[in-house]
Write a protein that binds this ligand. Structure first.
Ligand SMILES: *Cc1c(COP(=O)(O)O)cnc(C)c1O
Length: 390
């Protein structure tokens, strides 16, 4: 048989490789501590699980769901947008539930990208933006996010002929992997750029509720003109510790939502209804869990930033997201640094190069690790101290 070239050309999924390395070390008997993967360690709150157990026994939830999701769910999502961001959305035309936001982020390329089209993607960035583009036959163009520019893309630096070929601009704030945040003013500049070149903006915002020091992240849809320019992806994964249940949404421009709905209705049959009931409970129930989780993450952030700074590494404490983006010592690559930590002390961090060429020089540490494992990880890194300065 002959596989399609698009499959042959797929890059190895970064985390698959990391998992393999970890498995190898564990097989050798090493007690590996992983700061690599952004997957909340805390359980899904009880009141959300209760909605699942209740609806699991209802035969109405045993049949094919509708692709566009329960109207009640779309109304709950619209209600949340209104309460949280003051953004009014029409649940019939401006919201589409997704089987986790990654699913929609991958499929949306089919709505815009034809052979030879360009997608502007952040570098470093979540790998799915570029991979979805490539699977649809297009070309990702990497827009660097640099520390000098607060990890925001310099849209004026995108070459004119690239901007003309581009169909979409991907943005992601609070940002994975850099932890950077964006304000309304930045989003409005992006809208102006998108209007100039007739580009759709696709904003990925799964970390809008993971924030510290009282900071409240902005929704792209709060920007003037956002609804004409594009959509925002959102997820319950990081907000309510629901990565395993697979549910998220797209919200905003009705034409884009309709296009994504048409693609999806031909490929999947929606989200299991009992899980849709969990999402309704999450959006409409008490939001106290969000502050509780953030307090825990903030404590871990402070502990790690303090320890790593003492060890001579340079970090800016993030205001949001689940990640520390740490500069590695001069004369070391991100892979060398990560390899050394794994080989010498059994600690896993993600090399920045895995998120794109501009990720070189950094490693990413996730805050989704239980406190006692974090402490042990810190102790082990301290045992290497002095070692990595030279
Ligand atoms: C975790 C993550 C997602 C995916 O979330 P799901 O809804 O679980 O698919 C999307 N984008 C970014 C940047 C993420 O870090």
């Amino acid at each position: 048989m002959r596989l399609a070239q698009r499959v042959e050309e797929l890059p190895a999924y970064l985390f698959a490789e990391i998992s393999r390395n970890i498995a190898e070390k564990r097989a050798q008997g090493v007690d590996v501590i992983s700061f690599a993967i952004g997957d909340p360690d805390l359980p899904t709150p009880d009141h959300i699980i209760d909605a699942l157990t209740k609806s699991a026994r209802d035969p109405a939830n045993h049949r094919y769901p509708e692709s566009e999701g329960l109207l009640e769910l779309r109304e709950a999502m619209a209600g949340w947008y209104k309460r949280r961001f003051g953004v009014e959305l029409d649940p019939q035309h401006e919201i589409l539930p997704l089987i986790g936001s990654k699913e929609g982020i991958g499929h949306i390329a089919l709505c815009f990208i034809e052979r030879g089209d360009v997608a502007l993607v952040p570098d470093p960035g979540y790998p799915v933006y570029a991979v979805g583009t490539a699977l649809a036959g297009g070309e990702p163009y990497y827009v660097p996010l640099t520390e000098e520019n607060e990890f925001l893309p310099d849209l004026d630096a995108v070459p004119e002929q690239i901007a003309r070929r581009a169909k979409v601009l991907w943005l992601n704030y609070p940002n994975n992997p850099t932890g950077a945040v964006a304000d309304r003013d930045f989003f409005e500049r992006a809208v102006a750029f998108a209007r100039q070149y007739d580009i759709a903006i696709l904003h990925d915002g799964p970390y809008s509720e993971v924030a510290f020091d009282g900071y409240r992240p902005t929704s792209f849809l709060q920007a003037d003109g956002a609804r004409d320019a594009g959509i925002e992806f959102h997820s319950l994964s990081k907000t309510y510790n629901m990565t395993g249940w697979r549910i998220g949404m797209a919200a905003g421009n009705a034409t884009v939502i309709d296009a994504l709905m048409r693609v999806k209705s031909n490929l999947d049959s929606g989200i299991p209804q009992a899980i849709q009931r969990m999402a309704i409970a999450a959006f409409e129930g008490s939001q106290d869990c969000i502050d509780e989780h953030n307090r825990i993450y903030q404590g871990r952030r402070d502990r790690l930033v303090g320890a790593l700074t003492k060890l001579g590494l340079r970090i800016r404490p993030p205001l949001a997201s689940l990640y520390l983006w740490v500069r590695v010592p001069e004369d070391t690559t991100s892979v060398q640094f990560a390899t050394r930590l794994l080989d010498e002390v059994g600690v896993v961090v993600t090399p920045g190069i895995g998120y794109g060429p501009s990720g070189e020089g950094y490693v990413r540490l996730s805050l989704t690790i239980p406190d006692e494992r974090l402490e042990e990880g810190v102790r082990r890194m301290e045992s290497l101290a002095g070692g990595w300065a030279q």
